[in-house]
Design a protein around this ligand. Sequence first.
Ligand SMILES: Cc1cc2nc3c(=O)[nH]c(=O)nc-3n(C[C@H](O)[C@H](O)[C@H](O)COP(=O)(O)OP(=O)(O)OC[C@H]3O[C@@H](n4cnc5c(N)ncnc54)[C@H](O)[C@@H]3O)c2cc1C
Length: 433
Amino acid sequence: MTQRFEVAIVGAGPAGISAAYTLADRGVKVVVLERGEFPGAKNISGGVLYGHDLARIIPDFADRNPPIERNIVESRIWYLTEDGGYNVSYRDRIFESERRHNVFTVGRAKFDRWFADQASEKGAFVVPSTVVTDLLRDENGKVTGVRTDRPDGDLEADAVILADGVNSPLAAKTGFRPEPAPEHVALAVKEVIELPEETIRERFNVGETDGVTTEILGSVTEGMNGVAVIYTNRKSLSLCIGANLADFAEKKIKPYEMMERFKTHPMVAPLIRDGKPREYMAHWLAEAGYDKIPPLYGDGWLIAGDSGMLFNTLHREGSNMAMVSGKMAAETILEARKTGDFSGSSLRDYVRRLEKDVVLPDLKKYRRFNSFLHNHKEIFTTLPPAFGFAAREMLTVNGVPKKDKQKKIWRNLRKDHSLLSLLRLLRDARRSV
Ligand SMILES: Cc1cc2nc3c(=O)[nH]c(=O)nc-3n(C[C@H](O)[C@H](O)[C@H](O)COP(=O)(O)OP(=O)(O)OC[C@H]3O[C@@H](n4cnc5c(N)ncnc54)[C@H](O)[C@@H]3O)c2cc1C
């Protein structure tokens, strides 16, 4: 016999669980289907999560023993050359006190599981080891449920939330959204390196529960449009490095080899010295941006999180976009439930909600950012050595007058960059943010 729920959710990531929690909290009969052995088993992220948005779903989350690794008190941005790099950082006492847990690190395997447990306690059915293989539709094309890989695995539902992440075999099969083109996704690898707690405290100059995030641009992605990060966990560091998939294909660079080279960089190697590699993973990131967001609703269905390309590359905000969109998908369904109308014209209110909140306005604001990086490869190729040259010259005391050094730096910069191209870079940078 086909089972019936009011709402079926595909995927137990932050988007799916936020939707499930919000619905179950209001007494809706909701099921979450997750292909991993447990929620989080298949999920990776650099590991930064956002307290403000989690609190919108579970206001007292901090009292429920969440698996927080470190509370972030300092953000660093590095621009690396082959042999060195620039470091800009900001630390603030406010993040140790009233804005504690504004940003914190988590391991997704533990966090997603904890988050799913909170939804289960509210009454959501979270079913792991279950792959949604197709969508059920009626004769008019309205989605009426999901087909799973379990025997007798069809589930009927008034509405289905597709929270299945960026890499969606279900999208490829059902066409509920287009497959992202290689230039619209990044491929990232992540390595977790175990270190003693004390070593992390010393190397990053932080207290017992505090941590640092480091976002890295420059030569480390070997000429490709990409980024690397180092995040502090309690007893480990998360290192991620990734680049645009189309760039990987063109350059024929292997991501794991790029990670190995990254680990030998003089600003990275001392931080991970004597560390023990513990985990290694690879995943896609949804980099398409605002202009490539697919239709987010239809008759009987809604898309939340990465599956809808709701990812802010510049601010590495994906989990919060997922949580907020999941919550809003749930709220749209709660509203539709009042009239029993789950048609596309009723569920379209979802987009209005996303527009009124931070999700769509933020993505719209940065709609040019990905193409800016894509069109200005000099950020990853010729500018890092030019900037490195400039710093070396100015920091080397060798009897050469500073005026002569400045001329030398300018000549070196102009070797690969015309004045017009530099002005264009500045103009496009300003427009992209
Ligand atoms: C290397 C890396 C670093 C990142 N760092 C950060 C960071 O520091 N901070 C941040 O905010 N974001 C970060 N992100 C992005 C962040 O991970 C995503 O934005 C976020 O996980 C999106 O949540 P989601 O719920 O939409 O999708 P996901 O977390 O991908 O969850 C989707 C779930 O659906 C399941 N699923 C898929 N298909 C099916 C199916 N057919 N049947 C059943 N289950 C299915 C998957 O197993 C998965 O559990 C990073 C991403 C990567 C790859």
